[in-house]
Write a protein that binds this ligand. Structure first.
Ligand code: AKG
Ligand code: MN
Length: 171
């Protein structure tokens, strides 16, 4: 599964602009989903790639396990220990109130750290090959999460986060 996702997904290097400087994000990403599960940012519309049979099969398994339905998946490829993800909450308006996010991990075990807003509380979850993490309820309201980089020499990890993207009214 790991090999086949690594070879078959359409991995892209996204960039981010911070304080006027453009950087590569420290991982590769791919976004798949239903045609109407896109975002609209002013005059820019972002469309997911169409589902592959393997992603649809994994989506079905996550739906069965979570009793929720999903219309898109954001895939992350952490190539080595120097790839990671900064602290954030998945709280975009398109995800709606109390979103359910089903997160599948493959390959190298990496730690997902959760930080309780306004406190020093931190919970470290090692995410092993084949594990399913379901974030739901108030997780995105009261917690942020991040995947720290590490100097350890590590192999690749793939993470699939299945989400339901709502169509939102445009201003
Ligand atoms: O790689 C992970 O386990 C976390 C990914 C994540 O937080 C995200 O895609 O929003
Ligand atoms: Mn996240």
């Amino acid at each position: 599964m790991m090999r086949s996702l690594q070879q078959s997904l359409d991995w892209r290097q996204e960039q981010i602009t911070l304080y006027g400087k453009t950087h590569d994000v420290p991982r590769l990403q791919a976004w798949y989903g239903d045609k109407n599960a896109g975002y609209q940012y002013s005059n820019l519309s972002m469309r997911p790639l169409p589902w592959s049979p393997m992603l649809l099969e994994l989506k079905q398994k996550c739906e069965n396990a979570s009793h929720c339905s999903f219309n898109s998946v954001l895939a992350n490829l952490y190539r080595h220990g120097q790839d990671g993800m900064g602290r954030h909450a998945d709280n975009e308006p398109e995800l709606g109130h109390q979103p359910v996010i089903a997160s599948l991990s493959f390959g190298e075990t990496r730690n997902l750290d959760f930080y309780r807003n306004g406190t020093k509380d931190k919970v470290r979850l090692p995410l092993h090959h084949g594990s399913l993490l379901i974030m739901s309820g108030n997780t995105q309201t009261y917690w942020q999460h991040s995947m720290a980089k590490t100097k350890k020499v590590l192999g690749a990890r793939i993470n699939l986060t299945f989400r339901y993207i709502h169509e939102i009214a445009q201003p």
